[in-house]
Design a binder for this molecule. Structure first.
Ligand code: OOG
Ligand code: MG
Length: 257
């Protein structure tokens, strides 16, 4: 089957929140590179009306996340403006089997590109850092997939919530920053930024290297999610999720039907 037809199928499933069979079930020969092409085509398909391409996300950058889904390689996905929650309320009825995970998001003031960049090149390009909750929602049955499948499904991207407060990149040591995730008052997960490739900045470096191979870059004004600090928690209507980042503050998400 042609990549553009597969992309249409994925885009449809993402738009309607309807689960689908893994692409590799009927197309076992699909490669990871082809999956990135499907990702690009399906996200382009979604860019209608006001929906804009606003940045990138890294996924599977922590051991906890890799073990949870059984895929041991970092991946990237594309973020669009429709994904950003403008209020801390998530309508779960539009989603299949959503999960939430605590993250950091970096906003860029300068373009970043090239296969040889290092952390020292990234810091001066960062405008600010946000606390973030990512809602992921694999379009595949049972939240089960191969590396190729999850790449094609835009790294399970669904929604993002950013903190109101933005921090200087030099405000704190992002590797030592700790987050505790509560669901209805019950502690579920705890982790530090260092869970993400030893330091979240390395996630940005990895992203730039990966997208450079496609001739792409982080553009000025774009946001990047660095990847879950802990593994993700399944959520349902009437949940209250709190991500407590200590002195940096808290993010609260209300889940409704
Ligand atoms: C893949 C997406 C992973 C992260 O932060 O690791 C991700 C998944 O878990 O379905 O967003
Ligand atoms: Mg994530």
């Amino acid at each position: 089957m042609k990549l553009d037809q597969l992309a249409k199928r994925v885009a449809e499933s993402q738009k309607n929140g309807r689960e689908m069979d893994k692409l590799t079930l009927s197309n076992p020969e699909l490669t990871v590179n082809q999956a990135y092409e499907i990702q690009k085509l399906s996200i382009n398909e979604s860019l209608t009306g006001d929906n804009r391409f606003i940045g990138w996300k890294m996924g599977l950058t922590s051991k906890a996340k890799q073990q949870q889904v059984g895929v041991e390689e970092a991946i990237y996905g594309r973020l669009t403006s429709d994904m950003e929650l403008t209020k801390p309320v998530l309508k779960v009825g539009e989603l299949i089997h959503p999960r939430v995970e605590p993250e950091f998001a970096f906003l860029f003031k300068d373009e970043l590109k090239g296969a040889n960049i290092t952390a020292k090149d990234v810091w001066p390009a960062v405008e600010c850092v946000f606390l973030a909750l990512e809602v992921i929602d694999s379009r595949y049955k049972n939240f089960s997939f191969t590396l190729t499948d999850v790449v094609a499904d835009n790294a399970s991207s669904a929604k993002i919530l950013l903190s109101n407060q933005a921090y200087s990149p030099y405000h704190t040591d992002w590797a030592q920053a700790e987050v505790t995730l509560y669901q209805n008052g019950e502690m579920q997960k705890r982790g530090r930024g260092e869970a993400v490739l030893d330091h979240p900045i390395h996630s940005i470096v990895e992203l730039v290297k990966m997208i450079s191979r496609e001739g792409l870059s982080i553009q000025a004004g774009m946001i990047v999610l660095v990847g879950g600090i802990t593994d993700a928690v399944s959520i349902q209507a009437s949940d209250e999720i709190i991500a407590d980042y200590g002195e940096l503050g808290q993010l609260t998400l209300h889940v409704i039907a």
